[in-house]
Write a protein that binds this ligand. Structure first.
Ligand SMILES: O=C(CO)COP(=O)(O)O
Length: 134
């Protein structure tokens, strides 16, 4: 599966800890991330990650482009609900595209836990069927 990992600055420690905890599961998939999140995951969670631009420089849009091509199977986006982001329109667009393409999206750690356990259990196999039918 192709999995996107994204975190705003105040949530970066959370996504690093989450990724360490689920390193064994995540490492079995193709991982993509916005720039700074991806760097921390490479350095601190020992994961191989394809890094896009940093979020404010277009990284959310690059991940959105993969969603629009139906190439992303799961998005884990640890959002900071307390800090205004200069690229808020990009964030809104990314979330909207998840809804357009019915891509499972977690915007907080609680949902991410549920989705990653579903991933481990094989709940995402329907994504392969959708991709094969295209
Ligand atoms: O801003 C972001 C998501 O909207 C995340 O970008 P970085 O991972 O580069 O900090």
């Amino acid at each position: 599966m192709n999995i996107a990992l994204i975190a705003h600055d105040k949530k970066k420690n959370d996504i690093v800890n989450f990724s360490k905890a689920y390193q064994v599961i995540l490492s079995q998939h193709q991982l993509f991330a916005t720039g700074t999140t991806g760097l921390r995951l490479q350095q601190e969670a020992n994961l191989t990650v394809h890094r896009f631009q940093s979020g404010p420089l277009g990284g959310d849009q690059q991940i959105g482009s993969m969603i629009a091509q139906n190439k992303m199977d799961l998005v884990l986006f640890f959002r900071d609900p307390f800090t205004a982001q200069p690229h808020e329109p990009d964030i809104t667009a990314l979330i909207r595209l998840c809804d357009v393409y019915a891509v499972p999206l977690a915007t907080n750690m609680g949902t991410a836990e549920v989705l990653i356990k579903g991933l481990e259990r094989g709940d995402f196999s329907w994504r392969e069927i959708i991709k094969e039918s295209e």
